[in-house]
Design a protein around this ligand. Structure first.
Ligand SMILES: [Zn+2]
Length: 239
């Protein structure tokens, strides 16, 4: 049940079936010279929509912005602050709560450390403010990496590499512009750098050359299955 495609009446009817909602959080962020900047948003939205085909569950409109610390200097990235992301997630959850929803899965398509720490922080605050809710915060790229371990040849894959290129080849091949060289950024330890593109030229972290659409299809199915298990666990969680 994609909220943005539902009427008010359909929303009310949906509440008779479930009180659970998935909140996809993406990013608008460079993904190398070959993948679109909406890659993280597409991936988050797609796995939520696929789960909604399998069971009654609400899917909130995807948030297309995230905190992009490492790629903030690259062309194509539109980053927001941690304060904005936290407020946005908090406000959206509060509003959904007032409409009757109680179980929330905040699912991030973007795997940035600062970004995900912000989502966890937002989730912890919501648990304190809204006593009836249950909250899960999950990075779907981590699910892809864990669940797809046997399918992936690059164990250091991270950004716009084997996993993300495979998944975009599977779901939006028309947006994949060839491939890109393998790359591993070399940022100095501990020291913050003013222009990150000096240390991360291509904007890739991994080896896109290992990507195939077949791997992408299998990985996405594994992520959807893992998400379904998480939802089932959350809906009966009493801790
Ligand atoms: Zn990504």
């Amino acid at each position: 049940m994609l909220i943005e495609e539902m009427t008010s009446r359909e929303f009310s009817e949906g509440l008779q079936m479930t009180r659970t909602v998935l909140l996809p959080v993406g990013a608008t962020e460079e993904h190398g010279p070959h993948l679109p900047s909406g890659t993280d948003t597409f991936q988050a939205r797609d796995v939520c929509a696929r789960l909604a085909e399998r069971r009654p569950i609400f899917v909130a409109p995807a948030i297309p912005y995230g905190v992009c610390r490492s790629t903030i200097d690259h062309a194509g990235t539109i980053s927001i602050s941690t304060e904005t992301l936290k407020s946005l997630v908090r406000d959206v959850v509060h509003s959904l709560y007032l409409k009757g929803l109680r179980d929330f899965v905040i699912l991030s398509g973007h795997a940035g450390g600062t970004h995900n720490a912000t989502l966890l922080d937002a989730g912890e605050g919501l648990l304190k403010q809204l006593p009836e809710i249950r909250v899960a915060v999950v990075t779907e790229f981590d699910l892809a990496k864990e669940e797809g371990e046997q399918l992936i040849d690059t164990d250091w894959d991270s950004h716009a590499g084997e996993i993300e290129t495979s998944r975009m080849l599977a779901t939006r091949p028309h947006l994949v512009k060839g491939s890109a060289a393998a790359e591993a950024p070399q940022f100095p330890k501990h020291i913050l750098v003013r222009d990150k593109t000096n240390y991360w030229k291509g904007g890739v972290w991994g080896d896109p050359g290992q990507a195939t659409a077949e791997k992408g299809r299998k990985i996405e199915a594994l992520v959807v299955a893992a998400l379904e298990r998480l939802v089932a666990r959350l809906e009966t969680f009493s801790g």
